[in-house]
Design a protein around this ligand. Sequence first.
Ligand SMILES: Cc1cc2nc3c(=O)[nH]c(=O)nc-3n(C[C@H](O)[C@H](O)[C@H](O)COP(=O)(O)OP(=O)(O)OC[C@H]3O[C@@H](n4cnc5c(N)ncnc54)[C@H](O)[C@@H]3O)c2cc1C
Ligand code: SF4
Length: 511
Amino acid sequence: MGTLRLILGDQLNVQHSWFRQVDPDVTYVMMELRSETDYAQHHIQKVIGFFAAMRAFSETLLVQGHSVKYMRLNDADNQQSFEANILQLIQEHAFSKFEYMEPDEYRLDQVLKTLSSKLTIPFSVSETEHFYSGRNELADLFKNKKQYLMETFYRYMRKKHYVLVDEHLQPLQGKWNFDADNRQKLPKHHVPVRPLLFSNDLSEIEEAIKAAGVSTIGRVDSRHFLWPVTREQALTLMQFFMDQCLKLFGTFQDAMAPNEWSLYHSRLSFALNVKLISPKEVVDAAIAKFNESDNQIEYHQLEGFVRQIIGWREYMRGIYWAKMPEYATLNYFGHDAQLPEWYWTGKTKMQCLHQSITQSLDYAYAHHIQRLMVTGNFALLAGVHPDEVDAWYLGIYIDALDWVEVTNTRGMSQLADGGIVGTKPYISSAAYMHKMSSYCANCYYDKSKKTGHKACPFNSLYWNFYDRHEKLLSGNPRIGMMYHVLNRMPAEERTALLEQAQYYLEHINEL
Ligand SMILES: Cc1cc2nc3c(=O)[nH]c(=O)nc-3n(C[C@H](O)[C@H](O)[C@H](O)COP(=O)(O)OP(=O)(O)OC[C@H]3O[C@@H](n4cnc5c(N)ncnc54)[C@H](O)[C@@H]3O)c2cc1C
Ligand code: SF4
C-alpha cells in the first residue's frame, strides 16, 4: 500500500510541493534508463551530468527523510524502461496510487499517458512548478491571432509577473527593448572573464555508462566534471554570473572569438533545464544584483538577460506545446541533404565552424550565436534535412531537451516551421561573421572573396539559398530587399556565385 511517485531526470526541483513534507506512505522512484540514454546519441557530458544530478538529488531527498528507490543503469532489476519498471514496482510493493509530474517532452508525455492507461490503480499528474507560464498559456494568448510574436509574449510576461515594470505596468526606463545597446564585437585586446568550472569526480558514472555500452559523442574529463550537478553548485554558478558576467552580458551577447567558449554567458541552461534552479530565482537574482550595483550595471545588460529567461525560454516552451507533435516533422524548404561529416569531428578548414564544433565536442556547450549563426546558419545554407540537424543539436549540448532544442533548431535556426517561431531565416554571409567575431582572421578561406580559390563558402551559399528559395521567400517583407539585390546582380556574377555554391555543396565534406 502507499503511493509511488516518479521523478524524471529533468525534474530535480527540490522546492516542489511534493517534498514539503515527509510522508511515510510515499515512495519516490528515479531511474537511469537505456530508453533515455539511447533516444539520441548524446554527448558523454550530458549523460554523466544527468545521472550525477539525479544521484545527488536522490541523496538530498534521503537526507530529508523521504523514501527513495533509485535504479542505477546497471542494476540487475532495472528493465530499462519507465513502463516495465513502474509496473514491476507496483506489483511487487502493492502500491495503491501512482503519481507523476508533467513531462516537458512530448515523447515522455506519451509514454506516461500510455502507462497510466494500463494501470489498475488510480493515478494523478502534477505540474512541475518550475516555469513562469503554463503549458498552454501561449496558445491561449495567441488564440485567433495570425502569428505568434515573441515581443508580444515577452511584454505580456513582464506585466503579468511584474518584472521590470512600474505601477502602471509600463516598462522601467521607458522602453521594452534595449537590443540596440547590446551586441558588440569583442574589442581586440579584451580578455573576457574566466569561466567558473567545477571539478566533480564522476569517473564512476563514466565507467558505468561505458560498461553498459551506451554510444556517446564528445569528450569528457570525468575526474574534473565542470558542470554544476547539485543545487548548491547551480546557485554558486548563478552568483558567479551575477557578480562577474551580468555587467557585460548584453554587450557581448552575440560576440564570438577563437578559443573563448563562454564569454559573458551564464551557462545556467543545464541547471535550469533539469530544474536545479528556477527561472524566477535567476530573474530575481539578476534584478537584485542590478539594484545593489549602484549604477555599475547598465539597465540594458539586465533587460537583455531577463528577456532570454522570461521571454525566449518560456516562448519556446509555449510554442512546443501548441504545435507538437507535428512541429518535429516540419520541413518548409524541403531540405534533404546530409549533415557534413565534420559536424561530428570539427575537422573543417572553416575557422568559425571548426571553433564552434570543437568547443561543442569539448564542453557540450556553445553559446546562442554560435548555435544560430555558425552551425545552424551553415546547415540551413547547405540544405541539410531538419531531422539531421535536430539529431545533432539534441545530442551534442548538455542542455538539449526536446522542448527547447526542437523549437530553437527546427524553428528559429532552420525556419523549417515556415515562420512559427521567427519571421525570417537566420542566415548570413561572411560579413556578419566578421562583424561579430574574430574567426575570419585565422581562416583558410578569404572572407572577402565570393568566388574562386579560397572564397569563403558562406558567401556563395548565402546567395544560392536565396536563389533556390525565391518562390517561398521573395514575398516576405523582411527579406524582399535581398531579392532586389539578387535580381539586379549582373547575370555573369550571379552564375559564377551559383556555380561556386554548387561546387561547395558537391564537396561539402572537404570544406
Ligand atoms: C540551434 C539552437 C539550438 C538550441 N538548443 C537549445 C537546447 O537544446 N537547450 C537550451 O536550453 N537552449 C537551446 N538553445 C537556446 C540557447 O542557445 C541556449 O539556451 C543558451 O545558449 C544556453 O547557454 P547559457 O545558459 O550560457 O545562456 P545565456 O546566454 O546565459 O542565456 C541565459 C538563459 O536564457 C535562456 N535562453 C536564452 N536563449 C534562449 C532560447 N533561444 N531558447 C530558450 N532559452 C533561451 C536559457 O535558459 C539560458 O540559460 C538553442 C539555440 C539555438 C540557436
Ligand atoms: S572566412 Fe568564412 S569560413 Fe572562414 S571564419 Fe570567416 S565566415 Fe567562417
